[in-house]
Design a protein around this ligand. Structure first.
Ligand code: ADP
Ligand code: G6P
Length: 480
């Protein structure tokens, strides 16, 4: 879409984080790295294809650098002070809304000064988006950190088309009702023309709340507000299948996968977990199930090894620090009780990896463990499936992920029940290879049909945006 004749981009994404993170090297130099999390993995290919702009935070407190270009995208940094990071990002976004929207997996904290900072920072994002967008542009706002932005932006720029997408679950009505200033949050979202969710139930909860809290009259998948129609629907997000497939087809990545298997102990079966270190991901429950299987003698350190990759995340928040301590204690306990000299039952990697290394891990794995207690979608599950061109490997998947609705050929488990996680792992380890191949084939069909281009096209069509992504790539495929 690119630039409009009057200046300014015609397609603007607004998200708390930019796709790149400013990090300090050991020697005090600053450099840019890919930002963590599924939102960035999913949106980056869309914004790149649309040649759009991205308004967001650099991940560091202090003044924001001037706008700059990366990979065909224009990035417009929004500054956050140290106090904003403390109150808006770590406070209201990640210690109030995040746990409450994830079904109270941890207890949310409510603080008046966090809410005030949240409102002020949302206004700053709305202002930056309003300055950035061309006349009649499309602005697509993302996720729980920016729930108030759609209405604020509409006030500043009534000419623009506004979409909103929530990447995390939307809570049941009775949980949303616990939020202080709940009406303002709903009104914030209703500033959009289209509000997208990961699942149909989430959209229904939202529409019911507009009736209950604001006296509106939702009908089917829409609700009238101030003479406008707001559509609320499910748009399950996905991944850049072509990118993962390209890595998986690369002989160097395949070689690395073989090397990883050899280094981890030849013919031992490899179980793999890849998550941000977050209490919603069920990492502790997974480790407990694994330890009990070793203790019961159902599996042994001679036959099986677990690799758990845990991406550092939100490290200044107390609940995340406590989780890290508990996870590392459990890893130590398993190693101590069941390890042999030179042969560890669990390899724990508290690190970020490049895409090629992640795909090599997916290819090396026999069983992928995705056990969140609650997750809006879970892109790791879809990446694993997209990587397995060999149609091998088993996926153990929590029913409490958005992905479970689409990947029902996985070994589905209740992640709140250790016995059920154990059952899922054993079934996956003991499954007949032909059964595994059939399951993987079905899951691959699903993931390939509904990739990130499909998601963006679907959303943008409902929003009434022409020239949606994927067309260029489809044309490429048709002529090649
Ligand atoms: P969330 O958005 O909650 O972090 P998702 O599973 O939806 O969870 O998305 C996580 C994204 O982060 C995936 O694209 C995955 O490949 C990526 N990722 C996870 N762990 C790592 C890691 N250690 N290094 C690099 N990327 C990672
Ligand atoms: C999830 C959220 C994103 C967030 C990401 C990483 O994917 O939906 O909005 O960016 O986690 O979390 P962080 O707090 O590091 O941005």
């Amino acid at each position: 879409m690119g630039e409009d004749a009057g200046g300014g981009p015609e397609f603007v994404v607004v998200a708390n984080r930019l796709p790149v993170d400013e990090v300090a090297d050991g020697d005090g130099q600053r450099r840019w790295e890919r930002s963590p999390g599924g939102l960035v993995s999913a949106l980056q290919p869309v914004v790149r294809q649309m040649r759009g702009a991205w308004v967001g935070w650099t991940g560091s407190a202090g003044d924001a650098p001037e706008p700059f270009d990366v990979d065909g995208m224009r990035l417009r940094p929004v500054p956050l002070s140290a106090e904003d990071v403390d109150r808006y990002y770590e406070g209201q976004s990640n210690a109030t809304i995040w746990p409450l929207f994830h079904d109270l997996v941890e207890q949310p904290t409510h603080r008046r000064e966090w809410r005030q900072a949240y409102e002020a920072v949302n206004r700053r994002f709305a202002q930056a988006a309003a300055e950035e967008a061309a006349p009649d542009a499309t602005v697509w706002v993302h996720d729980y950190q920016l729930l108030l932005v759609p209405a604020m932006l509409r006030e500043l720029r009534p000419d623009v088309r506004i979409g909103f997408f929530l990447h995390i679950p939307f809570p049941p009505v009775e949980l949303f009702m616990q939020l202080p200033r709940r009406r303002e949050l709903l009104k914030g979202l209703l500033g959009a023309d289209v509000v997208g969710f990961q699942g149909a139930l989430a959209a229904q909860n939202f529409l019911r709340l507009t009736g209950q809290l604001l006296g509106l009259e939702p009908k089917d998948d829409r609700v009238e507000v101030d003479g406008r129609t707001v559509v609320a629907r499910a748009f399950p997000i996905s991944i850049d299948v072509a990118e993962v497939d390209q890595f998986a087809a690369d002989p160097a990545v395949q070689q690395r996968a073989r090397q990883l298997r050899t280094e981890l102990g030849g013919d031992r079966r490899l179980l793999l977990g890849v998550d941000r270190l977050d209490y919603t991901k069920g990492i502790e429950q997974r480790l407990e199930a694994y330890r009990e299987l070793l203790a019961d003698g159902e599996i042994s350190n001679d036959d099986v090894v677990l690799v758990q990759v845990a991406t550092p995340s939100r490290q200044r928040i107390a609940q995340y620090q406590q989780l890290r301590e508990r996870v590392e204690r459990e890893v130590g306990r398993i190693t101590g009780e069941f390890g042999d000299v030179g042969r560890a039952p669990v390899h724990y990697l508290f690190q970020s990896f490049g895409r090629a290394e992640l795909v090599a891990l997916y290819l090396a794995a026999d069983v992928m463990l995705v056990t969140p207690l609650r997750d809006g979608m879970n892109l790791v599950a879809k990446e694993f499936v997209a990587a397995r061109r060999d149609e091998q490997g088993a996926l153990v998947l929590s029913e409490f992920t958005g992905a479970a609705a689409e990947l029902d050929d996985a070994f589905l488990i209740n992640a709140h029940d250790t016995d059920d996680i154990k059952r899922g792992i054993l079934e996956a380890l003991r499954a007949d290879p032909q059964d595994l191949a059939a399951r993987m084939r079905h899951m691959r069909e699903q993931v390939r049909a509904y990739d990130i281009d499909y998601w963006a096209r679907d959303f943008l069509e409902v929003l009434g945006v022409p020239g949606a992504p994927g067309e260029a790539r489809q044309a490429e495929t048709a002529t090649s």
